[in-house]
Design a protein around this ligand. Sequence first.
Ligand SMILES: Nc1nc2c(ncn2[C@@H]2O[C@H](COP(=O)(O)OP(=O)(O)O)[C@@H](O)[C@H]2O)c(=O)[nH]1
Ligand SMILES: [Mg+2]
Ligand SMILES: [Zn+2]
Length: 291
Amino acid sequence: MVVALQANYLEVELDDPEAGLRLLCTRRTRLAHRGAAVHVGDRVWVEAIDREHNRAVVAEVDPRSSWLTRPPVANVTAVVVALAVEQPAFDPDQASRFLLTAEQTGLQVHVLLSKCDLIPAEQQQALVERLRGWGYDPLAVSSRTGMGLETLRSRLAQGSLSVLCGPSGVGKSSLLNGLIPGLELRVAAVSGRLQRGRHTTRHVELHTLPSGARVADTPGFNRPELPGDVQNLEVLFPELRRRLEDQPCRFRDCLHRGEPGCGIDQDWDRYALYRRAVEEMLALSRPSRGG
Ligand SMILES: Nc1nc2c(ncn2[C@@H]2O[C@H](COP(=O)(O)OP(=O)(O)O)[C@@H](O)[C@H]2O)c(=O)[nH]1
Ligand SMILES: [Mg+2]
Ligand SMILES: [Zn+2]
Protein backbone atom coordinates (compact mmCIF):
# COMPACT_ATOMS: atom_id res chain seq x y z
CA MET A 1 0.00 0.00 0.00
CA VAL A 2 1.18 3.54 -0.76
CA VAL A 3 1.76 5.15 2.65
CA ALA A 4 3.26 8.50 1.64
CA LEU A 5 3.97 10.63 -1.41
CA GLN A 6 7.08 12.68 -1.97
CA ALA A 7 7.85 14.92 -4.91
CA ASN A 8 8.75 12.19 -7.39
CA TYR A 9 8.59 9.13 -5.20
CA LEU A 10 6.02 6.93 -3.56
CA GLU A 11 6.62 5.20 -0.27
CA VAL A 12 5.14 1.73 -0.45
CA GLU A 13 4.70 -0.59 2.50
CA LEU A 14 4.62 -4.28 1.63
CA ASP A 15 1.98 -6.76 2.80
CA ASP A 16 2.66 -10.12 4.38
CA PRO A 17 5.04 -11.88 4.45
CA GLU A 18 7.16 -8.74 4.38
CA ALA A 19 4.78 -6.47 6.28
CA GLY A 20 6.46 -3.34 7.54
CA LEU A 21 9.12 -3.20 4.85
CA ARG A 22 9.04 0.21 3.18
CA LEU A 23 10.26 0.77 -0.34
CA LEU A 24 10.96 4.06 -2.04
CA CYS A 25 9.40 3.74 -5.48
CA THR A 26 9.23 5.44 -8.81
CA ARG A 27 6.41 4.64 -11.18
CA ARG A 28 6.56 2.97 -14.56
CA THR A 29 6.42 5.49 -17.35
CA ARG A 30 3.56 3.49 -18.82
CA LEU A 31 1.49 4.41 -15.74
CA ALA A 32 2.35 8.08 -16.09
CA HIS A 33 1.38 7.94 -19.77
CA ARG A 34 -2.06 6.61 -18.94
CA GLY A 35 -2.42 9.56 -16.59
CA ALA A 36 -3.10 7.16 -13.75
CA ALA A 37 -2.60 9.13 -10.56
CA VAL A 38 -1.31 7.18 -7.60
CA HIS A 39 -2.48 8.26 -4.17
CA VAL A 40 -1.85 7.49 -0.54
CA GLY A 41 -3.93 4.42 0.33
CA ASP A 42 -3.67 2.91 -3.15
CA ARG A 43 -2.83 -0.76 -3.38
CA VAL A 44 -0.09 -1.20 -5.92
CA TRP A 45 2.06 -3.90 -7.46
CA VAL A 46 5.79 -3.35 -7.33
CA GLU A 47 8.55 -4.88 -9.40
CA ALA A 48 12.29 -4.53 -9.87
CA ILE A 49 12.78 -4.62 -6.11
CA ASP A 50 16.26 -3.54 -5.09
CA ARG A 51 16.59 -5.09 -1.65
CA GLU A 52 19.91 -3.50 -0.93
CA HIS A 53 18.57 0.03 -1.16
CA ASN A 54 14.87 -0.70 -0.49
CA ARG A 55 13.79 0.65 -3.83
CA ALA A 56 11.30 -0.57 -6.38
CA VAL A 57 9.08 0.45 -9.26
CA VAL A 58 5.28 0.68 -9.14
CA ALA A 59 3.89 -1.21 -12.11
CA GLU A 60 0.12 -1.36 -11.50
CA VAL A 61 -2.52 0.34 -9.34
CA ASP A 62 -5.51 -1.69 -8.15
CA PRO A 63 -9.02 -0.22 -8.51
CA ARG A 64 -10.07 1.87 -5.47
CA SER A 65 -12.91 0.92 -3.15
CA SER A 66 -13.33 4.52 -2.00
CA TRP A 67 -11.80 7.90 -2.61
CA LEU A 68 -11.67 10.90 -0.28
CA THR A 69 -10.51 14.24 -1.59
CA ARG A 70 -9.86 16.00 1.69
CA PRO A 71 -7.52 14.56 2.68
CA PRO A 72 -6.71 12.77 -0.60
CA VAL A 73 -6.69 9.11 0.48
CA ALA A 74 -7.84 6.03 -1.40
CA ASN A 75 -9.46 2.87 0.02
CA VAL A 76 -10.51 4.40 3.34
CA THR A 77 -12.78 2.09 5.35
CA ALA A 78 -13.76 4.34 8.27
CA VAL A 79 -13.68 7.97 9.33
CA VAL A 80 -12.85 8.77 12.95
CA VAL A 81 -13.99 12.19 14.17
CA ALA A 82 -12.18 13.41 17.29
CA LEU A 83 -13.91 16.09 19.35
CA ALA A 84 -12.41 17.51 22.54
CA VAL A 85 -14.54 17.77 25.66
CA GLU A 86 -12.43 20.78 26.71
CA GLN A 87 -9.48 22.83 25.34
CA PRO A 88 -10.98 23.54 22.86
CA ALA A 89 -14.43 23.40 24.46
CA PHE A 90 -17.02 21.10 22.89
CA ASP A 91 -18.83 23.08 20.18
CA PRO A 92 -21.98 21.36 18.80
CA ASP A 93 -21.97 23.42 15.61
CA GLN A 94 -18.33 22.71 14.75
CA ALA A 95 -18.73 19.09 15.84
CA SER A 96 -21.68 18.72 13.48
CA ARG A 97 -19.80 20.18 10.54
CA PHE A 98 -17.12 17.54 11.01
CA LEU A 99 -19.73 14.81 11.44
CA LEU A 100 -21.68 15.89 8.33
CA THR A 101 -18.45 15.89 6.33
CA ALA A 102 -17.65 12.42 7.65
CA GLU A 103 -21.17 11.14 6.87
CA GLN A 104 -20.85 12.42 3.29
CA THR A 105 -18.20 9.79 2.63
CA GLY A 106 -20.82 7.07 3.16
CA LEU A 107 -18.21 5.17 5.19
CA GLN A 108 -18.45 4.02 8.77
CA VAL A 109 -18.10 6.96 11.21
CA HIS A 110 -16.57 6.61 14.68
CA VAL A 111 -16.66 9.43 17.24
CA LEU A 112 -14.07 10.09 19.92
CA LEU A 113 -14.50 12.42 22.86
CA SER A 114 -10.91 13.38 23.56
CA LYS A 115 -9.13 14.94 26.57
CA CYS A 116 -11.59 13.30 28.95
CA ASP A 117 -9.07 13.79 31.77
CA LEU A 118 -10.08 17.46 31.78
CA ILE A 119 -13.67 17.03 32.99
CA PRO A 120 -15.33 14.98 35.75
CA ALA A 121 -16.92 11.60 34.98
CA GLU A 122 -20.51 12.92 35.21
CA GLN A 123 -19.80 15.56 32.57
CA GLN A 124 -18.17 12.93 30.35
CA GLN A 125 -21.23 10.76 30.68
CA ALA A 126 -23.52 13.68 29.82
CA LEU A 127 -21.57 14.31 26.59
CA VAL A 128 -21.58 10.61 25.75
CA GLU A 129 -25.37 10.57 26.16
CA ARG A 130 -25.72 13.71 24.06
CA LEU A 131 -23.81 12.13 21.19
CA ARG A 132 -25.83 8.94 21.53
CA GLY A 133 -28.85 11.13 20.90
CA TRP A 134 -27.16 12.19 17.67
CA GLY A 135 -26.96 8.55 16.64
CA TYR A 136 -23.34 7.81 17.55
CA ASP A 137 -21.60 5.54 20.01
CA PRO A 138 -18.80 7.84 21.14
CA LEU A 139 -15.67 6.57 22.81
CA ALA A 140 -14.30 8.63 25.69
CA VAL A 141 -10.50 8.81 25.46
CA SER A 142 -7.53 10.58 26.98
CA SER A 143 -3.98 10.42 25.69
CA ARG A 144 -2.85 11.76 29.04
CA THR A 145 -4.27 8.92 31.14
CA GLY A 146 -4.51 6.27 28.43
CA MET A 147 -8.27 6.00 28.99
CA GLY A 148 -10.08 4.33 26.09
CA LEU A 149 -6.96 3.73 23.99
CA GLU A 150 -7.29 -0.05 24.13
CA THR A 151 -10.88 0.13 22.85
CA LEU A 152 -9.82 2.61 20.19
CA ARG A 153 -7.11 0.21 19.05
CA SER A 154 -9.65 -2.55 18.60
CA ARG A 155 -12.13 -0.28 16.81
CA LEU A 156 -9.41 0.77 14.38
CA ALA A 157 -8.40 -2.87 13.89
CA GLN A 158 -11.89 -3.59 12.52
CA GLY A 159 -11.10 -1.58 9.38
CA SER A 160 -8.00 -1.60 7.25
CA LEU A 161 -7.62 2.16 6.77
CA SER A 162 -9.10 4.93 8.90
CA VAL A 163 -8.82 8.67 8.59
CA LEU A 164 -8.59 10.63 11.81
CA CYS A 165 -10.11 14.09 11.56
CA GLY A 166 -11.39 16.80 13.84
CA PRO A 167 -10.61 20.38 14.81
CA SER A 168 -6.97 21.26 15.39
CA GLY A 169 -5.84 20.95 18.98
CA VAL A 170 -8.26 18.16 19.97
CA GLY A 171 -5.33 15.79 20.41
CA LYS A 172 -5.30 13.75 17.18
CA SER A 173 -1.53 13.56 16.89
CA SER A 174 -1.23 12.78 20.60
CA LEU A 175 -3.69 9.89 20.16
CA LEU A 176 -1.67 8.43 17.30
CA ASN A 177 1.50 8.76 19.35
CA GLY A 178 -0.28 6.88 22.13
CA LEU A 179 -1.49 4.16 19.79
CA ILE A 180 1.73 3.51 17.93
CA PRO A 181 4.87 2.84 19.94
CA GLY A 182 7.80 4.80 18.59
CA LEU A 183 5.74 7.24 16.56
CA GLU A 184 6.67 10.78 17.45
CA LEU A 185 4.31 13.08 15.62
CA ARG A 186 4.68 16.70 16.54
CA VAL A 187 2.17 17.79 19.12
CA ALA A 188 1.16 21.42 19.01
CA ALA A 189 0.26 23.69 21.89
CA VAL A 190 -3.27 25.05 21.49
CA SER A 191 -2.76 28.64 20.45
CA GLY A 192 -4.46 30.39 17.57
CA ARG A 193 -1.63 32.78 16.95
CA LEU A 194 1.10 30.17 17.06
CA GLN A 195 -0.82 27.77 14.90
CA ARG A 196 -1.19 30.22 12.09
CA GLY A 197 2.51 30.96 12.06
CA ARG A 198 3.42 27.31 12.03
CA HIS A 199 4.02 25.34 8.90
CA THR A 200 1.32 22.68 8.82
CA THR A 201 2.09 19.59 6.83
CA ARG A 202 0.08 19.38 3.64
CA HIS A 203 0.86 15.85 2.64
CA VAL A 204 -0.90 12.88 4.16
CA GLU A 205 0.97 9.98 5.64
CA LEU A 206 -0.37 6.64 6.80
CA HIS A 207 0.68 5.18 10.12
CA THR A 208 0.53 1.47 10.80
CA LEU A 209 -0.80 0.13 14.09
CA PRO A 210 0.60 -3.05 15.63
CA SER A 211 -2.59 -4.80 14.41
CA GLY A 212 -1.70 -3.89 10.82
CA ALA A 213 -4.58 -1.42 10.50
CA ARG A 214 -3.56 1.94 9.14
CA VAL A 215 -4.54 5.47 10.15
CA ALA A 216 -4.11 8.79 8.40
CA ASP A 217 -3.71 11.94 10.47
CA THR A 218 -5.21 14.99 8.81
CA PRO A 219 -3.83 18.51 8.99
CA GLY A 220 -6.07 20.88 10.91
CA PHE A 221 -8.80 22.86 9.30
CA ASN A 222 -11.50 24.04 11.63
CA ARG A 223 -14.68 24.77 9.78
CA PRO A 224 -15.61 22.25 7.11
CA GLU A 225 -18.10 23.51 4.53
CA LEU A 226 -21.70 22.36 4.68
CA PRO A 227 -22.62 19.82 2.01
CA GLY A 228 -23.81 21.22 -1.31
CA ASP A 229 -27.10 19.39 -1.78
CA VAL A 230 -29.89 20.30 0.64
CA GLN A 231 -32.02 17.34 -0.50
CA ASN A 232 -29.41 14.94 0.81
CA LEU A 233 -28.83 16.72 4.11
CA GLU A 234 -31.28 14.52 6.03
CA VAL A 235 -29.30 11.34 5.46
CA LEU A 236 -26.23 12.94 7.03
CA PHE A 237 -27.97 13.21 10.42
CA PRO A 238 -28.19 9.65 11.81
CA GLU A 239 -30.91 10.63 14.29
CA LEU A 240 -33.01 12.11 11.47
CA ARG A 241 -32.26 9.17 9.20
CA ARG A 242 -33.66 6.91 11.92
CA ARG A 243 -36.81 9.04 12.27
CA LEU A 244 -37.36 8.92 8.52
CA GLU A 245 -37.39 5.13 8.58
CA ASP A 246 -40.34 5.17 11.00
CA GLN A 247 -42.20 8.22 9.75
CA PRO A 248 -41.90 8.85 6.06
CA CYS A 249 -43.09 12.29 5.03
CA ARG A 250 -45.81 12.73 2.38
CA PHE A 251 -43.46 14.43 -0.09
CA ARG A 252 -40.11 13.04 -1.08
CA ASP A 253 -38.49 16.46 -1.20
CA CYS A 254 -39.72 17.37 2.29
CA LEU A 255 -37.17 19.48 4.18
CA HIS A 256 -38.93 18.86 7.52
CA ARG A 257 -39.71 22.46 8.22
CA GLY A 258 -43.36 21.93 9.00
CA GLU A 259 -44.39 21.15 5.41
CA PRO A 260 -47.78 19.47 4.87
CA GLY A 261 -47.54 15.78 5.66
CA CYS A 262 -44.13 16.08 7.32
CA GLY A 263 -43.74 13.20 9.76
CA ILE A 264 -40.70 14.57 11.57
CA ASP A 265 -41.12 16.03 15.05
CA GLN A 266 -38.97 18.97 16.04
CA ASP A 267 -38.15 17.77 19.52
CA TRP A 268 -34.57 16.63 19.11
CA ASP A 269 -31.23 18.13 20.14
CA ARG A 270 -29.90 19.02 16.71
CA TYR A 271 -33.19 20.08 15.09
CA ALA A 272 -32.35 23.79 15.38
CA LEU A 273 -28.91 23.09 13.99
CA TYR A 274 -30.43 21.09 11.12
CA ARG A 275 -32.80 23.99 10.35
CA ARG A 276 -29.98 26.53 10.35
CA ALA A 277 -28.01 24.30 7.97
CA VAL A 278 -31.02 24.05 5.62
CA GLU A 279 -31.50 27.84 5.60
CA GLU A 280 -27.80 28.44 5.02
CA MET A 281 -27.65 25.94 2.17
CA LEU A 282 -30.79 27.35 0.54
CA ALA A 283 -29.40 30.89 0.79
CA LEU A 284 -26.17 29.76 -0.85
CA SER A 285 -27.87 27.91 -3.69
CA ARG A 286 -30.34 30.72 -4.48
CA PRO A 287 -29.12 32.94 -7.31
CA SER A 288 -28.36 36.33 -5.78
CA ARG A 289 -30.72 39.08 -6.80
CA GLY A 290 -29.46 42.46 -8.00
CA GLY A 291 -25.94 43.93 -7.34
N1 LIG B 1 -5.27 17.34 28.97
C1 LIG B 1 -5.00 16.74 27.82
N2 LIG B 1 -4.29 17.39 26.86
C2 LIG B 1 -4.04 16.76 25.70
C3 LIG B 1 -4.50 15.44 25.45
N3 LIG B 1 -4.12 15.09 24.20
C4 LIG B 1 -3.44 16.15 23.69
N4 LIG B 1 -3.38 17.16 24.60
C5 LIG B 1 -2.73 18.47 24.39
O1 LIG B 1 -3.47 19.18 23.41
C6 LIG B 1 -2.61 19.92 22.56
C7 LIG B 1 -2.88 19.57 21.09
O2 LIG B 1 -2.54 18.22 20.86
P1 LIG B 1 -2.29 17.63 19.39
O3 LIG B 1 -2.12 16.17 19.55
O4 LIG B 1 -1.21 18.37 18.69
O5 LIG B 1 -3.69 17.96 18.69
P2 LIG B 1 -4.07 17.88 17.13
O6 LIG B 1 -3.96 19.28 16.60
O7 LIG B 1 -5.50 17.42 17.10
O8 LIG B 1 -3.15 16.93 16.47
C8 LIG B 1 -1.19 19.61 23.03
O9 LIG B 1 -0.77 20.66 23.87
C9 LIG B 1 -1.34 18.32 23.80
O10 LIG B 1 -0.38 18.20 24.82
C10 LIG B 1 -5.24 14.77 26.49
O11 LIG B 1 -5.68 13.61 26.36
N5 LIG B 1 -5.46 15.47 27.63
MG1 LIG C 1 -1.93 17.13 14.79
ZN1 LIG D 1 -40.61 15.96 6.56
